[in-house]
Design a protein around this ligand. Structure first.
Ligand SMILES: *Cc1c(COP(=O)(O)O)cnc(C)c1O
Length: 365
């Protein structure tokens, strides 16, 4: 195992155990720090590429995993499909994951942990995709689960959760309210809480690992930002591959948000702290008014010398249409990165994330 310690991203305090709590007493989120010198000695491209191309190819970069406990549905290993309209764009097709979004990469880590710790019940707040993913992996691990949803329009995702046998609790208010409800339930009943916490971020790093593995000299990686867990996971992946000597050139990250929920991009632009908003956008998977990993996401934009972009719902729908016209259908939130690309038109090789499948959101196009 290559994990050295856990560190609070806000106050810098170090912890030795993984599952102390979900955030530091100061309110900051945790980050997992590995022994990079040790990793550097053991990890080479030759070794990595001798393994199957999927999420688990990069297993040394994940936390505390007894290999026989892994709960997997063979997530990851998604293709880069070149755009037929813009020659410098490749779509990273995350819709091809087991439940139709990249969330499966974080979920395999979280549910593996839950199983290793003999969890009896799993709880998760979600705007839809995380819940569908957690429901599938909980079913696979044979652990009952409850998904807490805000009152939003997501019938396809709720249907997915039901198919996998999850219990669904709908609370009034936005995602931040659902999150609070899930956290309270965890504190009162002691269920195993999953969500945008350290383990999930560690799992979502594999989007970044795979892009670096699949393509050389990428100039930009363009990602939607909801809670900021995905983009900060991608950034951590890039930094870690650089630390262990696997890559030299670092892509710039572009984070894209909807104009009705622009917490991270606003803080990046104005160099201020993140201010909570009440989200208002059709892109429900990124409607997170109080982004848990917002500070990390702002840093990812800054440290990669990237940038933020804000797109309107109209631009998101137009991007979705333009993607479908190339044979790749994304749910609205899954077309946000492409809308950002179309707005900024950065020059250079661009990897644009298609984060969720069009079948998850069939009424808007
Ligand atoms: C979760 C999700 C996002 C946003 O990811 P964050 O980690 O919350 O920033 C974007 N698109 C889709 C389809 C998602 O499910």
């Amino acid at each position: 195992m290559y994990v050295k310690y856990l560190q609070c991203y806000s106050c810098g305090k170090k912890f030795s155990r993984a599952h102390l709590s979900y955030h530091c007493s100061c309110g900051g989120s945790f980050e997992i720090i590995y022994d990079y010198a040790h990793l550097k000695e053991h990890i080479t491209w030759k070794e990595l590429r001798s393994r199957a191309f999927n999420h688990w190819r990069y297993r040394e970069f994940y936390p505390f995993l007894p290999t026989d406990e892994v709960v997997t549905l063979q997530e990851g290993g998604t293709p880069l499909v070149q755009s037929s309209l813009e020659k410098n764009v490749w779509f990273k097709c995350e819709a091809l994951n087991p439940t139709g979004s990249f969330k499966d990469r974080g979920t395999t880590i979280e549910i593996s942990q839950a199983k290793a710790q003999n969890a009896e019940h799993i709880i998760c707040a979600s705007t839809g995709n995380m819940g569908a993913s957690v429901a599938a992996y909980s079913a696979r691990a044979n652990i009952p689960c409850t998904i807490v949803m805000p009152r939003i329009h997501a019938p396809e995702k709720i249907a997915q959760m039901k198919h996998y046998g999850a219990k669904i609790k709908i609370v009034s208010g936005d995602y931040a309210k659902a999150e609070q409800y899930a956290y309270d339930l965890y504190q009162r009943k002691g269920a195993y809480l999953v969500g945008d916490y350290a383990y999930r971020g560690e799992g979502e790093k594999s989007v970044g690992f795979e892009i670096l593995d699949q393509m050389q000299n990428v100039d930009f990686i363009i990602s939607p930002v909801g809670n900021g867990t995905l983009i900060s996971g991608i950034w951590k992946a890039i930094v870690e591959f650089k630390k262990v000597g696997l890559v030299k050139k670092i892509p710039k990250l572009i984070g894209v948000q909807a104009s009705g929920c622009n917490t991270v991009v606003k803080a990046w632009k104005e160099k201020t702290k993140i201010k909570q908003v009440i989200p208002k956008t059709i892109a429900s998977a990124i409607a997170c008014g109080n982004p848990l990993d917002g500070a990390k996401a702002v840093d990812a934009l800054q440290q990669s010398r990237g940038m933020g972009a804000i797109v309107t719902d109209k631009e998101i729908l137009a991007a979705r249409k333009r993607m479908s016209s190339q044979g790749i259908d994304a749910e609205s939130s899954g077309a946000v990165a492409y809308a950002g690309y179309l707005k900024l038109k950065p020059r250079g090789k661009c990897v644009v994330l298609q984060t969720g499948h069009g079948l998850k959101d069939v009424s808007r196009y």
